[in-house]
Design a protein around this ligand. Sequence first.
Ligand code: NDP
Length: 323
Amino acid sequence: MPHAIRFHQTGGPEVLCWEEVAVGDPAPGEARVRHEAIGLNFIDTYHRGGLYPLPLPSGLGREGAGVVEAVGEGVTDIKPGDRVAYGTGPLGAYSEVRCMPADRLHKLPDGIDFKTGAAMMLQGMTTAYLLLHTYPVQSGDKVLIHAAAGGVGLIACQWAKALGATVIGTVSSEAKAELARKHGCDHVILYTQEDVASRVREITAEGVAVVYDGVGKDTFMASLDSLRRRGLLVTFGNASGAVPPFDPLLLSKKGSLYVTRPVLDHYSTTRAELLALGNALFDVVLSGKVKIEVNQTYALADAAQAHRDLEARKTTGSTVLLP
Ligand code: NDP
């Protein structure tokens, strides 16, 4: 029987269990995918920990890459033998093999290997919608990207730079600062030691056009204070905890600011939207403008250790789990 990581109660990484699972033939509209690599994402820790509640027991993970073994009735554009990857699958990617809706799969271009495919889809399509749709970055824009050496961070810094932005990134250590600089950051702020908003004012005078904030609770105020008049705060994650309620009058006082709280699913709901994001990502990676840094790999059965390291801020770039 194949194995998967599942959990029966929410909690720390210790709730993750390596279990035998029955995987049958794909239902109509589904494909059975044998994973070669699985992507690790911060959202997996919110599911495991209960911040985003789920019916239990549950599988985990929304991102993977592998080979299609079989397809169900009605699936025409994906066939057995195809190399595929996905970043918006239903939970259950932490598995050796699974069935999933075929309309969430992307065909993986020949120039992209499985590890890279599993590492890049969720973080890369997130970066695509953030930089191309939520606030379309223009050449000459000054942008602030928090957790610049992380998974989304390293992709976003390179992509924003390629779009012609001046990129300011925040990180927690000198080693991460060095990495961010090598991946498109023009200015790096050590947000564990420096005052972010004052440093942003020193660098830009008027403030930045947009802040991409996946850190959440700890950076929310500094993000608002770093914006130019009528700037946009894109608060898209909670790595430090969820942002508490705030008074909208703050936005008027600080310069008629905008705030949005987007999620990838709402930018990839239709098959056409999903493929457009995936193709934009494939193009920018194949062009060499964005390099996907897979800086950690773990055995899938050791997913708990991968979660510990991610939550302890020990990882940089992207991480994959190998079945
Ligand atoms: P990362 O690889 O960026 O890891 C999170 C990083 O956040 C850490 O490396 C750390 O960098 C920083 N961080 C700051 N404070 C803390 C803290 N208290 N505990 C842990 N880490 C902290 O993860 P991902 O690239 O997977 O995700 C980045 C963010 O984007 C997450 O919040 C995630 O939920 C969000 N996201 C949102 C999506 C959406 O559509 N809304 C989709 C995908 C991701 P440092 O040490 O430099 O501070």
